[in-house]
Design a protein around this ligand. Structure first.
Ligand code: ZN
Length: 148
């Protein structure tokens, strides 16, 4: 195993991101287990205050339903409810797979490089779906999240 001191600043940052990803993954699994064990109905607990007050969708509307459908294996519905969720999950899987391979086989070198375009694509997806949902709602009168 390569010693930490032989990694350059970018490699140390990538390794830190990988470790953070591991912690987030473990925490998510714990939360999902708690939800499953306690039979918590997440869809009826989480209500969007912005949508309740304005009738419009916020950038996060549909996210919980997207996660629920993703966990049920319905990728299409998950994507339609909130494409950002699927983007994050696919990205997370790729990031962690490459990081794990680097950790095991490549002396801690070869983690997935951080690129700002990953963030830009995510933000564009988030804002794009927000704009489309509200455009359909306001201009066309189609409440896409209710009609799915
Ligand atoms: Zn919302």
């Amino acid at each position: 195993m390569l010693k930490e001191k032989y990694l350059n600043a970018d490699e140390k940052f990538e390794k830190l991101l990988y470790k953070t990803g591991m912690i987030i993954g473990v925490l998510l699994i714990v939360v999902l287990c708690i939800i499953e064990i306690l039979h918590i109905d997440v869809l009826h607990i989480v209500k969007c205050s912005f949508h309740t007050l304005t009738g419009l969708y916020c950038p996060g509307c549909g996210g919980t339903r997207a996660v629920v459908f993703l966990l049920k294996g319905d990728l299409l519905k998950s994507f339609l409810y909130h494409p950002f969720v699927l983007y994050c999950v696919v990205f997370y899987i790729l990031f962690m797979a490459k990081g794990t391979l680097a950790y095991i086989f490549n002396d801690g070198k070869g983690y997935m490089k951080f690129r700002m375009w990953y963030v830009y694509v995510g933000v564009a997806l988030l804002l794009g779906q927000f704009a489309v949902k509200n455009f359909l709602l306001i201009v066309c009168g189609i409440d896409i999240l209710k009609s799915l």
